[in-house]
Design a protein around this ligand. Structure first.
Ligand code: AMP
Length: 214
């Protein structure tokens, strides 16, 4: 079963997808993580795409689709996966349709002020990519990842000036996908109006939706 976690930056896609992975045993594939890995490794692709993410813009479709294809050809993806941050444009959605069938698109519907508050207080593990928050989802020990002991940091693109650009990019290029998937009957809305809601509550809502779509 293939799922898409859809929503603006800071809507909780990665937070919920990682918890769903633990329950459903479906790999959590974040194209943002794949991109950050390429940049960290200083690969040819990494060098080509670094400037886009730094500015809060989208990486070109053909490059992201290539990274995604490589990842989902791995054996752990054989029975399905949870996509986080992909697709982000109509051409990406069309490319995905050629590769596989999507069962449901969970649209995380979150007001702007919640997204901004979450992004500006978000902490990410340098080692495993786990997501925390200095206000709403604190690690047990300050600055240290609960699951792997890695160091927590503020992503370069979680700085205020880039957050603004990422939200603009979302509205311009990604939001039109809601209508695209509505027409296909795949969208399920999950509304969350508070930054401090425990992730488990939203995860349970998502699990009930998945149950009805099986
Ligand atoms: P994320 O971790 O999902 O917030 O993604 C971080 C950054 O990686 C985005 O701001 C984009 O620059 C890039 N990115 C991630 N996923 C995609 C995608 N599907 N298409 C294009 N760029 C992406």
């Amino acid at each position: 079963m293939n799922l898409v976690m859809f929503g603006p930056p800071g809507s909780g896609k990665g937070t919920y997808a990682s918890r769903l992975f633990a329950i459903l045993k479906l790999p959590h594939i974040s194209t943002g993580d794949l991109i950050r890995q390429e940049i960290k490794e200083r690969s040819e692709t990494g060098k080509q795409i670094e400037a886009y993410t730094r500015r809060g813009e989208l990486v070109p479709d053909d490059i992201v689709v290539g990274l995604l294809k490589r990842r989902i050809s791995q054996p752990d993806c054989a029975t399905g996966y949870i996509l986080d941050g992909f697709p982000r444009t109509i051409p990406q959605a069309e490319a995905l349709e050629k590769i596989t069938e999507i069962k449901v698109v969970i649209n995380l519907d979150v007001p702007d002020e919640v997204m901004i508050e979450r992004l500006s207080t978000r902490l990410t593990c340098k080692n495993c990519g786990a997501i925390y928050n200095s206000k709403f989802l604190k690690p047990k020990a300050e600055g240290v990842c609960d699951s792997c002991g890695g160091q927590l940091y503020t992503r370069d693109d979680d700085k205020p000036e880039v957050i603004k650009e990422r939200l603009n990019t979302y509205r311009r290029q990604t939001q039109p996908l809601i209508d695209y998937y509505k027409r296909k009957g795949l969208i399920e809305n999950v509304r969350n109006t508070e930054a401090a809601v425990p992730p488990e509550r939203i995860v349970n809502q998502i699990l009930s939706i998945i149950e009805t779509r099986k």
